[in-house]
Ligand binder design. Structure first.
Ligand code: FAD
Length: 489
């Protein structure tokens, strides 16, 4: 007989508390399986959520349920029935895939999420716009991560954000599978059959899962077939990110963050940096989070002069290829820039380690940014339709130093969920696509200043977020080429 979960000393409480605190992806998943086993719960979707809620009704769990219930009670979700019967596959457990999965679960869809890796390892820190902070608080972020945006903090490490969202997704019944890579689509083989996925490993039982919605959130390097990419080539921009161990000492606490110093606003700072160290930057950001995180855009000449880049080359790929970079010089460059910009007040800067157990320093090319021409498309084969939507970096690659990535990623996740809601309501496919493209037109211009100020009212309904949005700016007749009939190439 299972033990009532509200009894003092109940083992389920201890497992739930471990789940709330778990700091690694596999640990979170392990605790969740253990919890469901302990409570004798099976299944997925909102039914699982209700089961957990009924079984765990002690104070700490109840505080979280009241937040999630408030969220789930929003009219957009129709009491979790708006997308009942809809089957979704989400690719990628980055922040945007997880955020989209949560919305789809709240709409009552069945949601299966695939992630090719089995760990969350990115120390790098994301800037959060006020609406994302509000959104994450409403999902109970503080319950999972007590330090979440305390005081005036407006950032979080990518891995902590993934952990929070993974926990919420699991509680809402999203089925999460790690170590599974999405490789392509299998169209229905017979009339009225469903769409399936080609997966690695091919032995995964999920290859038999039939879905009618695919949300791709695989990051900047992964875009499913059928979507065209647009490249924007700007002037040469070389980004460097680095993380140092944060020991949370008094001296470290006192050092001020740099929420974005751009050359045009503070020429003197950059001139002094150059005169003293030979380091020449366009901008620099410093956030104090789990680590001391710096992101900067460096000028090529100074990287050559300081011996970070060995030889000047015309194409950026060869310029930044590992053979052309002196790793030790890059470490010194990053450390010197960090030291100077914090007035040498961060004592004993020691590199944090990345997932390869190496000092966490990286150099990236931001010269060429890509975005998808369209946000969604429909495929039809053997009479079965599949709606595909992109969210996050695979929709629009962000320029990190501007800190727009995750905020625009969340906006797109909400927009995609709205699209799925419209689809499930039986809206004609071309209308769904036209509306999605009308909304997508706005994404790259969004900022905290030109989105609605009333962030507490934000929902998946675009009208709550974008002022004066015209959902019919693009007509159904203009998106016919986004409706693809026939098998996948
Ligand atoms: P991601 O966070 O990239 O997540 C995509 C997920 O999909 C990954 O977990 C990946 O493993 C998985 N995946 C990919 N292909 C498949 C597949 N075929 N099958 C299954 N799973 C798949 N932004 C900043 O603002 N500042 C930074 O310093 C910064 N540093 C970054 C460092 C790295 C190494 C990377 C990759 C990104 C960084 N970003 C940074 C970008 C930032 O992480 C994203 O904007 C943000 O995480 C939202 O991205 P996303 O969820 O769309 O994609």
């Amino acid at each position: 007989m299972s033990v009532p979960a509200d009894e003092p000393g109940n083992p389920a409480h201890a497992i739930f508390e471990r789940f709330l605190r778990a700091g690694e992806c596999r640990e979170v998943l392990g605790c969740f399986v253990e919890l469901c086993q302990q409570l004798g719960l099976q299944g997925s979707g909102l039914q699982l959520y209700h089961g957990l809620k009924a079984a765990l009704n002690y104070w700490n769990a109840k505080a979280l349920w009241s937040k999630l219930d408030k969220k789930a009670g929003h009219k957009d979700y129709d009491q979790g029935t708006a997308c009942a019967g809809t089957k979704c596959l989400v690719v990628g457990a980055g922040p945007c895939g997880l955020r989209a999965a949560i919305e789809l679960a709240l709409l009552g869809a069945r949601v299966v999420l695939l992630e090719k890796r089995d760990s969350f390892s990115r120390n790098n820190v994301l800037h959060l716009w006020p609406f994302t902070i509000h959104d994450l608080r409403a999902l109970g972020a503080k319950k999972f991560y007590g330090r979440f945006c305390t005081g005036t903090l407006d950032h979080i490490s990518i891995r902590q954000l993934q952990l929070i969202l993974l926990k919420v997704a699991l509680l809402l019944g999203v089925e999460v599978h790690i170590n599974v890579k999405f490789e392509g689509l299998v169209p229905p083989t017979h009339k009225a059959g469903g769409w399936q996925a080609v997966l690695q490993p091919s032995s995964s039982p999920l290859t038999h899962y039939e879905f009618d919605i695919l949300i791709s959130a695989g990051g900047g390097k992964f875009v499913p077939e059928g979507f065209k990419r647009k490249e924007t080539r700007g002037k040469l921009a070389i980004g460097i990110t680095t993380n140092f161990i944060n020991r949370h000492s008094r001296a470290e606490v006192e050092v001020a963050e740099i929420s974005g110093v751009a050359r045009i606003y503070n020429q003197k700072f950059f001139q002094n940096l150059y005169n003293k160290t030979g380091i020449d930057l366009e901008n620099i950001v410093y956030y104090k989070d789990d680590t001391h995180y710096f992101v900067m855009t460096a000028k090529k000449q100074s990287l050559l002069k300081k011996g970070v880049i060995l030889q000047d080359k015309a194409d950026i790929e060869s310029l930044l290829s590992p053979e052309n970079v002196n790793w030790d010089a890059l470490l010194s460059y990053a450390k010197e820039a960090a030291n100077f910009s914090t007035n040498y007040c961060l004592p004993e800067l020691e590199f944090a380690l990345n997932h390869r157990d190496l000092p966490d320093v990286d150099m990236f090319d931001f010269t060429c940014m890509t975005r998808s021409e369209n946000a969604a498309l429909v495929r039809e084969h053997n009479g079965s339709r599949l709606l595909l939507g992109l969210v996050g970096d695979c929709l629009v690659e962000p320029f990190w130093p501007l800190g727009t990535g995750v905020a625009r990623g969340f906006l797109a996740a909400f927009d995609a969920a709205w699209m799925v809601r419209r689809w499930a309501a039986g809206t004609p496919p071309l209308e769904v696509l036209a509306e999605r493209e009308s909304i997508y037109q706005h994404l790259s211009q969004t900022s905290p200043d030109n989105t609605n100020k009333n962030i507490s009212q934000y929902s998946i309904d675009p009208a709550t977020r974008y002022p004066n949005i015209n959902l019919q700016a693009i007509k159904a007749s203009q998106v016919r080429d986004l409706y693809l009939v026939g098998t996948v190439e």
